[in-house]
Design a binder for this molecule. Structure first.
Ligand code: PAF
Length: 281
């Protein structure tokens, strides 16, 4: 199968999308940072089900990494990604250089308040501003009918829905369920960092938040359930827990007892690797 064409500039992306639109095609956008795994491919499959054409952006966005985070060592494999994307029928890859997305003099950022205050927000200052800015740019560059995002990054998904609503972006934001390994570990490009012993321990995060969700559903209190969950993770060998919270599914505000849609979300370190996951209650 031929690999999809790789578009390097915003102008090429716009030309390609305009040509598709002239033929009456609908367009789906799947924003990624590359190092594609089956979770990403499930997003592309969903895009192909809902839209006639699917474009996948691959851009390791520097503005969403903190100074001590893994921007430099984030896995990059454009040719490998292109081969994978051929198998799911992606129609084009948009892979710009940093200077194409952030030319000298760029001075505008997108900040979403409220939703970014809890969960990952305090632990990754500037992260959601970087995400919101790049996703807004990608949406405006491509103007897709729909853009597809995994629920693994649940807070990111809510932030993107909010910015699309607030900035009148004419694209649907489509959530796609978290894709998991056979043992429950949520797929993530960062799983590649895990040493074998860490990889063996990693699915415990999913088991623990699933148990907390069950306890909440049975009428339990978030404080007690989360404390027990954290203790189990630390005892098993997780190095540090940024948070294990029960939040309202839409506002992401902490809840103590569940009386509507909620989410149990956690971020925890195994060695140097920060894993995040979440499940519905
Ligand atoms: O989820 C990701 O891979 C990134 O945060 C995104 C949405 C592609 C923005 O860089």
């Amino acid at each position: 199968m031929a690999t999809p064409p790789i578009l390097r500039s915003i102008a090429e992306l716009r030309r390609t999308v305009n040509a598709w639109r002239k033929d009456g095609a609908t367009v789906g956008l799947v924003p990624t940072m590359g190092a594609l795994h089956d979770g990403h491919l499930s997003l592309v499959r969903r895009a192909r089900e809902q839209c006639a054409k699917a474009v996948v952006s691959i851009f390791v966005n520097p503005t969403q990494f903190g100074p001590n985070e893994d921007f430099n060592r984030y896995p990059r494999d454009l040719q490998g990604d292109a081969t994978k994307l051929a198998t799911v029928g992606a129609d084009a890859i948009f892979a710009p250089e940093v200077v194409e997305m952030y030319p000298p003099g760029a001075a505008t950022t997108v900040t979403v308040s409220g939703l970014t205050e809890g969960l990952c927000g305090p632990f990754r200052p500037g992260h959601f501003q970087g995400v919101a800015t790049i996703v807004t740019k990608l949406l405006l560059q491509c103007l897709p009918d729909a853009a597809f995002f995994g629920e693994k990054d649940y807070q990111q998904l809510q932030v993107i829905k909010q910015l699309a609503r607030d900035l009148d972006v004419p694209s649907r934001i489509e959530p796609v369920a978290t894709y998991r390994e056979g043992d429950g570990l949520a797929m993530s490009s960062r799983n590649a960092y895990l040493k074998p012993a860490e990889r063996a321990l990693a699915p415990l995060l999913y088991r623990v938040i699933t148990a907390v969700a069950a306890e909440m559903k049975a009428g339990g209190s978030a404080g007690t359930a989360a404390a027990r969950g954290k203790q189990e993770l630390l005892q098993a060998g997780f190095a540090r827990i940024d948070y294990l919270d029960v939040v309202d599914a839409t506002t992401l505000k902490l809840v103590e007892r569940v009386d509507g849609p909620a989410r149990v979300a956690a971020a925890a370190f195994l060695g140097q690797t920060r894993l995040i996951d979440n499940v519905p209650v």
